[in-house]
Design a protein. Sequence first.
Length: 343
Amino acid sequence: MNIARRPTLPSSVAPRAVTDADVPADARPDERLTAMLRWAVQAPSVLNTQPWRFRVDGDRVSVFVDRSRVLAAVDPEGREAVVSCGAALFTLRLAARHYGETVAVEVAGPDDAPDLVGTLRLTGHAPPTASEETLFRAIKARHTNRAPYADLEVPVGLLARLHGASEAEGARLHVLTADADKAALADLVGRAIRAQSDHESLEEIGAWARGAGDDRPDGVADVPWGGWGRMGHLHADPRFAIAETRALVAGAPALLVVATDADDRAAWALAGAALQHVLLLGAAHGLAASYFNQPTEVDDLRPEVSAVAGVGHAQVVLRLGTPVETPGTPRRPIDDVLATAGG
Ligand SMILES: Cc1cc2nc3c(=O)[nH]c(=O)nc-3n(C[C@H](O)[C@H](O)[C@H](O)COP(=O)(O)O)c2cc1C
Protein backbone atom coordinates (compact mmCIF):
# COMPACT_ATOMS: atom_id res chain seq x y z
CA MET A 1 0.00 0.00 0.00
CA ASN A 2 1.15 3.51 -0.78
CA ILE A 3 1.08 5.33 2.57
CA ALA A 4 0.75 9.11 2.20
CA ARG A 5 3.81 10.80 3.67
CA ARG A 6 3.13 13.73 5.87
CA PRO A 7 4.26 16.82 3.93
CA THR A 8 6.94 19.00 5.49
CA LEU A 9 5.89 22.61 6.02
CA PRO A 10 7.33 25.60 7.82
CA SER A 11 5.47 26.17 11.08
CA SER A 12 4.10 29.58 10.08
CA VAL A 13 1.82 28.30 7.31
CA ALA A 14 -1.47 27.94 9.18
CA PRO A 15 -1.54 30.21 12.20
CA ARG A 16 -4.09 29.20 14.85
CA ALA A 17 -4.46 32.79 16.00
CA VAL A 18 -6.91 34.84 13.96
CA THR A 19 -8.67 38.09 14.78
CA ASP A 20 -11.36 40.31 13.29
CA ALA A 21 -8.67 42.67 12.05
CA ASP A 22 -7.41 39.98 9.68
CA VAL A 23 -10.31 40.65 7.27
CA PRO A 24 -10.13 44.30 6.13
CA ALA A 25 -13.54 45.87 5.36
CA ASP A 26 -12.30 47.92 2.40
CA ALA A 27 -10.48 45.16 0.52
CA ARG A 28 -11.55 43.50 -2.75
CA PRO A 29 -13.88 40.45 -2.46
CA ASP A 30 -11.09 38.01 -3.35
CA GLU A 31 -8.81 39.60 -0.73
CA ARG A 32 -11.54 39.42 1.89
CA LEU A 33 -12.32 35.80 1.03
CA THR A 34 -8.64 34.90 1.19
CA ALA A 35 -8.43 36.52 4.62
CA MET A 36 -11.54 34.63 5.76
CA LEU A 37 -9.78 31.35 5.03
CA ARG A 38 -7.89 31.94 8.26
CA TRP A 39 -11.18 31.16 9.98
CA ALA A 40 -12.05 28.22 7.71
CA VAL A 41 -8.84 26.38 8.63
CA GLN A 42 -9.82 26.40 12.32
CA ALA A 43 -12.20 23.51 11.47
CA PRO A 44 -11.51 20.04 12.88
CA SER A 45 -10.00 17.45 10.55
CA VAL A 46 -9.21 13.77 10.78
CA LEU A 47 -5.83 13.41 12.55
CA ASN A 48 -5.43 17.15 12.00
CA THR A 49 -4.38 16.39 8.43
CA GLN A 50 -6.05 19.65 7.27
CA PRO A 51 -6.76 17.93 3.95
CA TRP A 52 -8.11 21.02 2.20
CA ARG A 53 -7.06 23.27 -0.63
CA PHE A 54 -8.92 26.49 -1.47
CA ARG A 55 -9.11 28.36 -4.77
CA VAL A 56 -10.29 31.96 -4.60
CA ASP A 57 -11.60 33.41 -7.82
CA GLY A 58 -13.21 36.87 -7.55
CA ASP A 59 -16.24 36.50 -5.31
CA ARG A 60 -16.04 32.71 -5.15
CA VAL A 61 -14.10 30.10 -3.17
CA SER A 62 -13.82 26.46 -4.24
CA VAL A 63 -12.83 23.89 -1.62
CA PHE A 64 -10.93 20.81 -2.83
CA VAL A 65 -9.65 17.71 -1.07
CA ASP A 66 -5.86 17.74 -0.98
CA ARG A 67 -5.19 14.13 -2.01
CA SER A 68 -1.62 14.29 -0.71
CA ARG A 69 -3.15 14.54 2.79
CA VAL A 70 -5.70 11.75 2.51
CA LEU A 71 -4.95 8.79 4.80
CA ALA A 72 -4.46 5.90 2.37
CA ALA A 73 -4.70 3.14 4.99
CA VAL A 74 -7.23 4.59 7.43
CA ASP A 75 -9.42 6.55 5.00
CA PRO A 76 -8.79 5.06 1.52
CA GLU A 77 -11.93 6.55 -0.05
CA GLY A 78 -11.13 9.98 1.36
CA ARG A 79 -14.49 10.05 3.14
CA GLU A 80 -13.18 11.57 6.36
CA ALA A 81 -11.08 14.02 4.37
CA VAL A 82 -14.23 15.25 2.60
CA VAL A 83 -16.08 15.41 5.95
CA SER A 84 -13.21 17.60 7.22
CA CYS A 85 -13.43 19.84 4.14
CA GLY A 86 -17.20 20.12 4.65
CA ALA A 87 -16.50 21.36 8.19
CA ALA A 88 -14.07 23.94 6.78
CA LEU A 89 -16.62 25.11 4.18
CA PHE A 90 -19.23 25.55 6.94
CA THR A 91 -16.72 27.54 9.01
CA LEU A 92 -15.95 29.76 6.02
CA ARG A 93 -19.67 30.38 5.61
CA LEU A 94 -19.94 31.51 9.24
CA ALA A 95 -16.96 33.81 8.80
CA ALA A 96 -18.50 35.36 5.68
CA ARG A 97 -21.74 35.97 7.58
CA HIS A 98 -19.81 37.50 10.49
CA TYR A 99 -18.27 39.99 8.06
CA GLY A 100 -21.70 40.91 6.74
CA GLU A 101 -21.65 38.92 3.50
CA THR A 102 -24.58 36.85 2.28
CA VAL A 103 -23.48 33.67 0.54
CA ALA A 104 -24.60 30.83 -1.69
CA VAL A 105 -23.01 27.50 -0.79
CA GLU A 106 -23.13 24.41 -3.00
CA VAL A 107 -21.70 20.98 -2.37
CA ALA A 108 -20.13 19.18 -5.32
CA GLY A 109 -22.22 16.71 -7.29
CA PRO A 110 -21.22 13.64 -9.32
CA ASP A 111 -20.49 15.70 -12.46
CA ASP A 112 -18.08 18.10 -10.75
CA ALA A 113 -14.28 17.84 -10.69
CA PRO A 114 -13.31 14.73 -8.69
CA ASP A 115 -11.63 16.56 -5.80
CA LEU A 116 -14.10 19.44 -5.49
CA VAL A 117 -16.02 19.42 -2.19
CA GLY A 118 -18.06 22.58 -2.60
CA THR A 119 -18.13 26.26 -3.40
CA LEU A 120 -19.08 29.45 -1.62
CA ARG A 121 -20.07 32.57 -3.55
CA LEU A 122 -20.66 36.06 -2.17
CA THR A 123 -24.14 37.28 -3.09
CA GLY A 124 -24.75 40.50 -1.17
CA HIS A 125 -24.67 42.09 2.26
CA ALA A 126 -26.68 41.66 5.47
CA PRO A 127 -25.67 41.73 9.12
CA PRO A 128 -25.28 38.33 10.80
CA THR A 129 -28.06 36.99 13.01
CA ALA A 130 -27.53 36.49 16.74
CA SER A 131 -27.32 32.71 16.30
CA GLU A 132 -24.76 33.04 13.49
CA GLU A 133 -22.66 35.24 15.76
CA THR A 134 -22.95 32.73 18.61
CA LEU A 135 -21.55 30.02 16.35
CA PHE A 136 -18.89 32.31 14.92
CA ARG A 137 -17.62 33.22 18.40
CA ALA A 138 -17.32 29.51 19.24
CA ILE A 139 -14.91 28.83 16.34
CA LYS A 140 -11.83 29.65 18.39
CA ALA A 141 -13.20 28.18 21.62
CA ARG A 142 -13.80 24.76 20.07
CA HIS A 143 -11.07 22.18 20.60
CA THR A 144 -11.18 18.41 20.71
CA ASN A 145 -10.97 17.39 24.37
CA ARG A 146 -10.11 13.71 24.91
CA ALA A 147 -10.08 13.72 28.73
CA PRO A 148 -12.94 12.24 30.79
CA TYR A 149 -15.86 14.67 31.21
CA ALA A 150 -17.78 15.74 34.30
CA ASP A 151 -20.63 13.48 35.36
CA LEU A 152 -23.26 15.92 34.09
CA GLU A 153 -25.97 15.15 31.56
CA VAL A 154 -26.34 17.20 28.41
CA PRO A 155 -29.72 18.97 28.83
CA VAL A 156 -32.51 17.46 26.71
CA GLY A 157 -33.36 20.88 25.28
CA LEU A 158 -29.80 21.35 24.06
CA LEU A 159 -29.78 17.87 22.51
CA ALA A 160 -32.91 18.87 20.58
CA ARG A 161 -31.12 21.97 19.30
CA LEU A 162 -28.13 19.86 18.26
CA HIS A 163 -30.53 17.66 16.27
CA GLY A 164 -31.83 20.78 14.57
CA ALA A 165 -28.29 21.97 13.84
CA SER A 166 -27.44 18.72 12.09
CA GLU A 167 -30.68 18.66 10.12
CA ALA A 168 -30.20 22.25 9.01
CA GLU A 169 -27.08 21.05 7.17
CA GLY A 170 -28.76 18.01 5.59
CA ALA A 171 -27.50 15.31 7.96
CA ARG A 172 -29.02 13.38 10.83
CA LEU A 173 -27.93 13.13 14.42
CA HIS A 174 -28.59 10.11 16.56
CA VAL A 175 -28.07 10.22 20.32
CA LEU A 176 -27.30 6.85 21.92
CA THR A 177 -28.96 6.72 25.31
CA ALA A 178 -29.71 3.03 25.96
CA ASP A 179 -26.97 1.24 27.90
CA ALA A 180 -27.19 -1.66 25.45
CA ASP A 181 -26.47 0.69 22.50
CA LYS A 182 -23.55 2.29 24.34
CA ALA A 183 -22.15 -1.17 25.12
CA ALA A 184 -22.57 -2.20 21.47
CA LEU A 185 -20.71 0.91 20.32
CA ALA A 186 -17.94 0.36 22.89
CA ASP A 187 -17.56 -3.15 21.53
CA LEU A 188 -17.34 -1.86 17.94
CA VAL A 189 -14.68 0.69 18.92
CA GLY A 190 -12.67 -2.09 20.57
CA ARG A 191 -12.94 -4.30 17.49
CA ALA A 192 -11.90 -1.37 15.27
CA ILE A 193 -8.82 -0.63 17.37
CA ARG A 194 -7.82 -4.27 17.02
CA ALA A 195 -8.51 -4.23 13.27
CA GLN A 196 -6.34 -1.13 12.87
CA SER A 197 -3.39 -2.70 14.66
CA ASP A 198 -1.96 -3.71 11.27
CA HIS A 199 1.36 -2.33 10.14
CA GLU A 200 0.03 0.09 7.48
CA SER A 201 -2.51 1.78 9.76
CA LEU A 202 -0.03 2.12 12.62
CA GLU A 203 2.64 3.53 10.34
CA GLU A 204 0.21 6.05 8.90
CA ILE A 205 -1.22 7.09 12.27
CA GLY A 206 2.32 7.36 13.65
CA ALA A 207 3.31 9.68 10.79
CA TRP A 208 0.71 12.22 11.97
CA ALA A 209 1.62 12.01 15.66
CA ARG A 210 3.49 15.09 16.81
CA GLY A 211 6.11 14.16 19.40
CA ALA A 212 8.03 16.50 21.72
CA GLY A 213 9.96 19.13 19.77
CA ASP A 214 7.96 18.58 16.56
CA ASP A 215 6.53 22.02 15.75
CA ARG A 216 5.00 21.16 12.39
CA PRO A 217 1.61 22.89 12.00
CA ASP A 218 -0.45 19.73 11.54
CA GLY A 219 -0.85 16.29 13.09
CA VAL A 220 -1.94 15.47 16.62
CA ALA A 221 0.10 15.86 19.81
CA ASP A 222 1.29 12.48 20.98
CA VAL A 223 1.00 12.96 24.74
CA PRO A 224 0.01 10.25 27.20
CA TRP A 225 -3.24 11.52 28.69
CA GLY A 226 -5.93 13.85 27.47
CA GLY A 227 -3.94 13.99 24.30
CA TRP A 228 -4.65 11.69 21.47
CA GLY A 229 -7.33 9.02 21.47
CA ARG A 230 -5.16 6.74 19.37
CA MET A 231 -2.10 6.89 21.59
CA GLY A 232 -2.56 3.28 22.67
CA HIS A 233 -2.35 2.18 19.06
CA LEU A 234 1.21 3.28 18.83
CA HIS A 235 2.93 2.46 22.05
CA ALA A 236 0.98 -0.10 23.98
CA ASP A 237 -0.75 -3.39 23.70
CA PRO A 238 -4.08 -2.61 21.95
CA ARG A 239 -5.82 -4.06 25.01
CA PHE A 240 -4.94 -0.91 26.97
CA ALA A 241 -6.32 1.36 24.25
CA ILE A 242 -9.44 -0.78 24.05
CA ALA A 243 -10.03 -0.73 27.82
CA GLU A 244 -9.42 3.02 28.06
CA THR A 245 -11.65 3.82 25.09
CA ARG A 246 -14.44 1.53 26.30
CA ALA A 247 -14.44 3.34 29.65
CA LEU A 248 -14.75 6.70 27.88
CA VAL A 249 -17.60 5.40 25.70
CA ALA A 250 -19.47 3.92 28.66
CA GLY A 251 -19.03 7.09 30.73
CA ALA A 252 -19.85 9.54 27.94
CA PRO A 253 -22.55 12.05 28.94
CA ALA A 254 -23.81 11.99 25.34
CA LEU A 255 -22.78 9.69 22.50
CA LEU A 256 -23.70 11.00 19.07
CA VAL A 257 -23.61 9.64 15.55
CA VAL A 258 -23.74 12.03 12.60
CA ALA A 259 -25.24 10.11 9.69
CA THR A 260 -26.51 10.74 6.18
CA ASP A 261 -29.10 9.06 3.96
CA ALA A 262 -26.73 8.85 0.99
CA ASP A 263 -23.08 7.87 1.16
CA ASP A 264 -21.37 9.87 -1.56
CA ARG A 265 -19.13 12.92 -1.77
CA ALA A 266 -22.03 15.38 -1.34
CA ALA A 267 -23.31 13.48 1.70
CA TRP A 268 -19.83 13.48 3.27
CA ALA A 269 -19.53 17.24 2.75
CA LEU A 270 -22.95 17.78 4.38
CA ALA A 271 -21.92 15.54 7.28
CA GLY A 272 -18.87 17.77 7.79
CA ALA A 273 -21.02 20.90 7.89
CA ALA A 274 -23.40 19.20 10.33
CA LEU A 275 -20.50 18.06 12.50
CA GLN A 276 -19.06 21.56 12.78
CA HIS A 277 -22.51 23.10 13.39
CA VAL A 278 -23.11 20.61 16.23
CA LEU A 279 -19.62 21.13 17.68
CA LEU A 280 -19.87 24.92 17.63
CA LEU A 281 -23.35 24.97 19.15
CA GLY A 282 -22.09 22.61 21.84
CA ALA A 283 -18.97 24.74 22.43
CA ALA A 284 -21.15 27.85 22.71
CA HIS A 285 -22.90 26.07 25.61
CA GLY A 286 -19.67 25.02 27.31
CA LEU A 287 -19.57 21.48 25.90
CA ALA A 288 -16.45 19.74 24.65
CA ALA A 289 -16.27 16.87 22.18
CA SER A 290 -14.02 13.99 21.21
CA TYR A 291 -14.37 11.24 18.64
CA PHE A 292 -14.59 7.46 18.39
CA ASN A 293 -14.46 7.27 14.64
CA GLN A 294 -12.39 4.12 14.31
CA PRO A 295 -15.34 1.75 13.61
CA THR A 296 -16.48 3.95 10.71
CA GLU A 297 -13.01 3.43 9.19
CA VAL A 298 -13.25 -0.37 9.10
CA ASP A 299 -15.38 -1.59 6.17
CA ASP A 300 -16.98 -4.51 8.02
CA LEU A 301 -17.80 -2.47 11.11
CA ARG A 302 -19.23 0.71 9.62
CA PRO A 303 -22.63 -0.87 8.75
CA GLU A 304 -22.80 -2.14 12.33
CA VAL A 305 -22.30 1.41 13.65
CA SER A 306 -25.09 2.59 11.35
CA ALA A 307 -27.31 -0.24 12.62
CA VAL A 308 -26.69 0.65 16.28
CA ALA A 309 -27.45 4.29 15.52
CA GLY A 310 -30.46 3.24 13.45
CA VAL A 311 -30.02 6.09 10.98
CA GLY A 312 -28.59 6.12 7.44
CA HIS A 313 -24.83 5.83 6.94
CA ALA A 314 -22.70 6.60 9.99
CA GLN A 315 -20.14 9.32 9.22
CA VAL A 316 -18.81 10.53 12.58
CA VAL A 317 -19.09 9.09 16.09
CA LEU A 318 -18.47 11.50 18.92
CA ARG A 319 -18.92 12.16 22.60
CA LEU A 320 -20.11 15.45 24.10
CA GLY A 321 -19.84 16.57 27.69
CA THR A 322 -18.79 19.20 30.16
CA PRO A 323 -15.01 19.41 30.45
CA VAL A 324 -13.58 18.95 33.92
CA GLU A 325 -11.90 22.08 35.22
CA THR A 326 -8.24 21.48 35.97
CA PRO A 327 -7.56 22.41 39.60
CA GLY A 328 -5.78 25.74 39.97
CA THR A 329 -2.78 26.47 42.18
CA PRO A 330 -3.29 27.90 45.71
CA ARG A 331 -2.57 31.55 46.67
CA ARG A 332 -1.32 32.93 50.00
CA PRO A 333 -3.74 35.15 51.96
CA ILE A 334 -3.52 38.93 51.50
CA ASP A 335 -2.38 39.37 55.14
CA ASP A 336 0.67 37.39 54.25
CA VAL A 337 1.66 39.62 51.33
CA LEU A 338 0.54 43.06 52.54
CA ALA A 339 3.32 45.21 53.96
CA THR A 340 2.36 47.22 57.07
CA ALA A 341 3.52 50.85 57.42
CA GLY A 342 7.22 50.76 58.16
CA GLY A 343 7.19 46.96 57.73
C1 LIG B 1 -13.93 13.30 10.37
C2 LIG B 1 -13.12 13.40 11.64
C3 LIG B 1 -12.78 12.23 12.33
C4 LIG B 1 -12.04 12.30 13.51
N1 LIG B 1 -11.74 11.12 14.17
C5 LIG B 1 -11.07 11.18 15.35
C6 LIG B 1 -10.85 9.99 16.12
O1 LIG B 1 -11.29 8.90 15.75
N2 LIG B 1 -10.16 10.09 17.29
C7 LIG B 1 -9.71 11.29 17.75
O2 LIG B 1 -9.11 11.33 18.82
N3 LIG B 1 -9.93 12.45 17.05
C8 LIG B 1 -10.61 12.42 15.88
N4 LIG B 1 -10.88 13.58 15.19
C9 LIG B 1 -10.47 14.88 15.78
C10 LIG B 1 -9.22 15.44 15.13
O3 LIG B 1 -8.09 14.70 15.54
C11 LIG B 1 -9.10 16.94 15.52
O4 LIG B 1 -10.16 17.63 14.96
C12 LIG B 1 -7.79 17.53 15.02
O5 LIG B 1 -6.71 16.97 15.71
C13 LIG B 1 -7.75 19.07 15.20
O6 LIG B 1 -7.85 19.40 16.56
P1 LIG B 1 -9.03 20.32 17.11
O7 LIG B 1 -10.32 19.58 16.88
O8 LIG B 1 -8.72 20.49 18.58
O9 LIG B 1 -9.01 21.62 16.35
C14 LIG B 1 -11.62 13.55 14.02
C15 LIG B 1 -11.98 14.73 13.31
C16 LIG B 1 -12.73 14.66 12.15
C17 LIG B 1 -13.13 15.93 11.44
